[in-house]
Design a protein around this ligand. Structure first.
Ligand code: ADP
Ligand code: MG
Length: 238
């Protein structure tokens, strides 16, 4: 586990500035949700933490290390995307093991990590199945399994539930929280869904147009919104 420090971070694509002076401190083991309307810069910020986008200004530190110039593979993070493409011709077991095999991990360690992830995610009966033989929820769990086996310091989720139907979304919300309570891995979770943010977060970061509007615990934002935007966004039914 590790703390993450995002300090005065800016991002421009060419001449277009999409993030301005963004600072967020994430404590060791904390579950932080970045929330805000589509296009406000959530994915861009997460991708900078992951090393998938360069940083135009400011610093990002994971643990003690400033990671601005480190490639994704050296950052000790694991990311779960909205379009969690599983390898269709690999089994559940092979999908989970693949990233470790690429890193030339000892086969005994790979087997042990896959078994542990399968136990945590209730996937043990499905290890020999192929993605097409799984339900949407099971596929989502395999995607999480691929992240878990890497034992990362930080989990990054980018709208992981947005392709699921409403009922499954609620169920997976609970499962992700249970996973976090069990592993206590520092997590940054992106969503545009304020209910997801309110129910999952230790701390919520409300963003709009590349800026942070407010940071606080769910109840703090609900009781004392900093402005009308936060009040409307957090308080609106969905
Ligand atoms: P969100 O995840 O909150 O919906 P994004 O981080 O995807 O928002 O996008 C923030 C802004 O940056 C948007 O205006 C988007 O069009 C722009 N943007 C994102 N990626 C790129 C890119 N590779 N090139 C140019 N503009 C981009
Ligand atoms: Mg996004």
């Amino acid at each position: 586990m590790a703390q993450v420090a995002i300090s005065n971070v800016a991002k421009a694509f060419g001449t277009v500035k999409v993030l301005h002076d963004v600072s967020v401190d994430i404590a060791d083991g904390q579950f932080v949700v970045l929330v805000g309307p589509s296009g406000c810069g959530k994915s861009t910020l997460l991708r900078m933490v992951a090393g998938l986008e360069t940083v135009s200004g400011g610093t990002i530190a994971i643990g003690e290390r400033v990671v601005n110039n480190l490639p994704p593979a050296k950052r000790d993070i694991a990311m779960v995307f909205q379009n969690y493409a599983l390898y269709p011709h690999k089994t559940v077991e092979q999908n989970m093991a693949f990233a470790l095999k690429l890193r030339k991990t000892d086969p005994a360690v790979v087997a042990e990590r896959v078994k542990r992830a399968a136990d945590i995610l209730d996937l043990a009966p499905y290890l020999k199945r192929y993605p097409r033989q799984l339900s949407g929820g099971q596929r989502q769990r395999v995607a999480m399994g691929r992240a878990i086996v890497r034992n990362p310091q930080v989990f990054l989720f980018d709208e992981p539930l947005s392709n699921l139907d409403a009922k499954l979304r609620v169920q997976m919300r609970t499962e992700i929280k249970e996973l976090h309570q069990r592993l206590k891995t520092t997590t940054i979770y992106v969503t545009h869904d304020q209910i997801e943010a309110m129910t999952m977060a230790d701390k919520i970061v409300v963003m709009r147009d590349g800026r942070i509007e407010q940071i606080g615990a769910p109840l703090e934002l609900f009781d004392r919104p900093a402005n009308l935007f936060v009040a409307g966004f957090i308080g609106s039914p969905s």
